[in-house]
Design a protein around this ligand. Sequence first.
Ligand code: ADP
Length: 425
Amino acid sequence: MSEAAQAPSSGWRKSYLLLFAVAAVALLAVMVCGNAAVPFSILTLAAIAGLTFFLAVPRRTGPGGIAHLQPVQDAAMLTDSAKDILECVDEPVLILDPQGRVVFANKASQPLVGADAEKKHISAVLRTPEVLEAVERVLGGASSETIAFSVLVPVQHHYEAHITRTGGFLVLVRVRDLTEIRRAEELRADFVANASHELRTPLAAVTGFIDTLRGHARDDTPARERFLEIMSVEAARMRRLIEDLLSLTRIELNEHNPPAGEVDVAAVIHDVVAVLSPLTAEGRIVIQDAKEPLMVVGDRDELTQVFQNLIHNAIKYGRAGGEVRVRFARAEAPSKREGAGQVVVAIQDEGEGISREAIPRLTERFYRVDVKRSRERGGTGLGLAIVKHILNRHHGRLQIESVPGDGSTFTVFLPGVSLPAAGHN
Ligand code: ADP
């Protein structure tokens, strides 16, 4: 049964007060006029009944002792401008009356409580026991509560609800979506765990060989030479890993700060090929001639790292004796208003290729299709993650295509710089 049926509203209270006043005036009149025993006793009784009833009716209170107003009045207390302001908040906000009914729900709350939450009890729109209990505690007198909760369907989401009694009689429920923050925390924790694991393996090898060299291999010259060689390879692996980790961190920190310089991508690629050529047979890397400078807005060192990682991968994972082809293109924008078009660089190898399922995961940190093979070739599992972050900073993108058995093509798209007028002729 609603409380409205149990107790009169303030309108009723005013009527009783009026009745009492009329009775008192009448009594006074009769007394002044004298001689009225019967009317006196009737009027006295009426006045006392009115007064008693008025005083006996308790002031209505909400479940937790909040002095009560009708829900409609509570809702009316929320002015249109207050509602407009709450609509602008991009996190869910609900206002409840002292009975726990929703008198206002902003648009951002719809994914959480549905589109027609208003006028319903909070327990009908949010079925999370811990939040409902906290709401009850605030309705019951607590000044505020903060509670973390998760919603599992349709997709898992983590939230934190702040439930506060407003200055008046209403209760404010603010909800923060913590899903992204939680996901970032998990990623960071995974990253630290993976990085320590990657470092622990070569470190364990180096430590093991130090013990062996101090022990039974102390006087075994050929064994010592062999072990020192392995230790040097493992130490180099640790150094590469630390360099890649530092690069990745630096690039990530800078990712929202786009580069300002202008770089000729064709020149960068020629320099990269010159550095990597000793790693492969002569003539194995085939570069298409660029007819004109391919200018992009970018950071030369970072773009060097992008093409170094991609061309090195094409050498590492390409077919022994097969070619690595580098092609350039300029994709003009459909109209001048849409910018200067894009510079496109495709790096194609003739290796084993990559399965369809693995392609979307290649730019994840430490993801490797074949861990043993990557390690044998000096890989850290961070090269493509670094490429992705550099391209994000440059507003570029990476496209990976592969036909298992036939090879892979890694294509880089970078926003171009308009050529001087002569270049367009
Ligand atoms: P890694 O240091 O292991 O080479 P990357 O991040 O550069 O790390 O690459 C991640 C994984 O992607 C590699 O371990 C490899 O399995 C796969 N990969 C990268 N480039 C190629 C390629 N050209 N052909 C086949 N597989 C590749």
